[in-house]
Design a protein around this ligand. Structure first.
Ligand SMILES: Cc1cc2nc3c(=O)[nH]c(=O)nc-3n(C[C@H](O)[C@H](O)[C@H](O)COP(=O)(O)O)c2cc1C
Length: 168
């Protein structure tokens, strides 16, 4: 539970790779997420190539964290794995997988950042091009991973006014 509150968006990383074992564990956490009809409509593309990251930073105005991130994982939905075709549950499946990855990273002492891709058309197009995605693979989020250059405080955003009993 602590990892949920410790997780913060990290936008500056140390020049130090994420160990393979930790990467596997973070991916395992992603794949442990709940999914509609247990369809597990996700795919994960690992990117360590700084040239690709530079291209992404050119077109994504909020991706400067990639300047220092040693690793980014593109989380994609695979429409061919849908059990309810055309209903696009992959969006929610990928969101659950992304969040699981961030929390697992925090638990391992690894910093992370969720970079939004879906539903911004320009970003989707660029990801398709850079990572050579076929039609049925939908880029959803890019997760930057690495060791934080500076720790951030855990956060509690509990807002009692946003909780409603029985009706709004
Ligand atoms: C769907 C989504 C898209 C996001 N996209 C970006 C992004 O493109 N660039 C970025 O720096 N942060 C991005 N963030 C991170 C948010 O800015 C961050 O979660 C928020 O400011 C709260 O801070 P915290 O994560 O440290 O608690 C995104 C978060 C979500 C959930």
């Amino acid at each position: 539970m602590n990892a949920i509150f410790q997780r913060r968006s990290i936008r500056k990383y140390e020049d130090k790779p994420v160990p393979d074992e930790a990467v596997r564990q973070i991916l395992r956490a992603g794949m442990a997420a709940p999914s509609a009809g247990n369809a597990q409509e996700w795919e994960f593309i690992l990117c360590r190539d700084k040239e690709k990251m530079a291209k992404i930073m050119e077109m994504h105005e909020y991706a400067f964290a990639l300047k220092t991130a040693p690793l980014a994982v593109l989380v994609c939905g695979n429409a061919q794995r849908e059990v309810y075709p055309g209903e696009d549950w992959w969006v929610q499946d990928c969101a659950a997988a992304t969040q699981n990855m961030l929390v697992e990273a925090a638990d391992l002492g690894i910093g992370s950042l969720w970079l939004g891709i879906h539903p911004i058309e320009k970003r989707i197009r660029m990801m398709r091009e850079i990572f050579r995605l076929p039609e049925h693979i939908h880029p959803f989020s890019l997760v930057a991973l690495g060791y934080a250059s500076k720790e951030k405080e855990p956060i509690d955003r509990y807002e009692p006014g946003w909780v409603h009993e029985e009706q709004f």
